[in-house]
Design a protein around this ligand. Sequence first.
Ligand SMILES: [Zn+2]
Length: 68
Amino acid sequence: MDQPTSHPGQPGPEDQSVVCARCGARSPNGAPPTWTCSVENGIRQYFCVDCARANLRAIEGRLDSSWW
Ligand SMILES: [Zn+2]
């Protein structure tokens, strides 16, 4: 026990942390399976559950409005 390791078992926590591109919700342990990942302009963007639903509704709403 000579090494003063304060964070054992998790190498590079910053690598796996993802942030919701819409509301800014942060998930330190990587994107949960419930999150939505989309690639825009070569950049990965994650959306949390609420924002993903809101996004879908917004997209569907726009599609519907375009139909009128
Ligand atoms: Zn969000």
